[in-house]
Design a protein around this ligand. Structure first.
Ligand code: THU
Length: 137
C-alpha cells in the first residue's frame, strides 16, 4: 500500500474517532481495519463507568470485522485526535491484532499533527512464536 492509501485509511480512522464514547478519559481513538477482501471495518473506544470494562478502538474494529466474516487483515490505521503525537496500540490490542494479521501487516498511526508512525505487527509484537503455531492450525 502506498503512503497515500495509508493516509486514506487513516482518514477513516479519524472519522471513526468522532463516535468514540470516552467521557472518563476524554481521549478519543478511532481505528480503520483493512480486510484482505477490500472491506474496511472501523471501531472507536467505548468506555464504561466501571472503568475496567472499556474497550479500545482497535479491538472494537476486530470484533466487528470477525463478526461480519472477515478474518484476514492487511493494514490498520489508528487515529488519536486528542494527542498531537502518534499513540500506538496498547499491549492487549497488539496481541488481538496479531491473531488475525501477519507479521508484515502495516500499522499506521497518528494524532492531530501530520506526524505518523508507519510500522508493522512484527515491530510492535516481536518474538511471537505462538503466532506461527496458530496460523498452522
Ligand atoms: N485506547 C484505545 O482505544 N486504543 C489504544 O490503542 C490506546 C487506548 C483508549 C482506551 C481508553 O478509552 C482511552 O483510550 C484512554 O486510555
Amino acid at each position: 500500500m502506498t503512503r497515500e492509501e495509508m493516509e486514506m485509511l487513516f482518514n477513516k480512522a479519524s472519522e471513526a474517532a468522532r463516535a468514540a464514547y470516552a467521557p472518563y478519559s476524554k481521549f478519543r481513538v478511532g481505528a480503520a481495519l483493512l480486510a484482505a477482501d477490500g472491506r474496511v471495518f472501523t471501531g472507536c473506544n467505548v468506555e464504561n463507568r466501571s472503568f475496567g470494562l472499556g474497550i479500545c478502538a482497535e479491538r472494537g474494529a476486530v470484533m466487528k470485522a470477525v463478526s461480519e466474516g472477515a478474518r484476514a487483515f492487511t493494514a490498520i490505521a489508528i487515529s488519536t485526535p486528542d494527542s498531537p503525537t502518534p499513540v500506538g496500540p496498547c499491549g492487549a490490542c497488539r496481541q488481538v491484532l496479531s491473531e488475525f494479521m501477519s507479521s508484515d501487516a502495516r500499522v499506521f498511526f497518528g494524532g492531530s499533527s501530520s506526524e505518523r508512525v508507519d510500522t508493522t505487527i512484527a515491530i510492535l509484537y516481536p518474538y511471537d512464536s505462538l503466532h506461527e503455531l496458530a496460523s498452522a492450525l
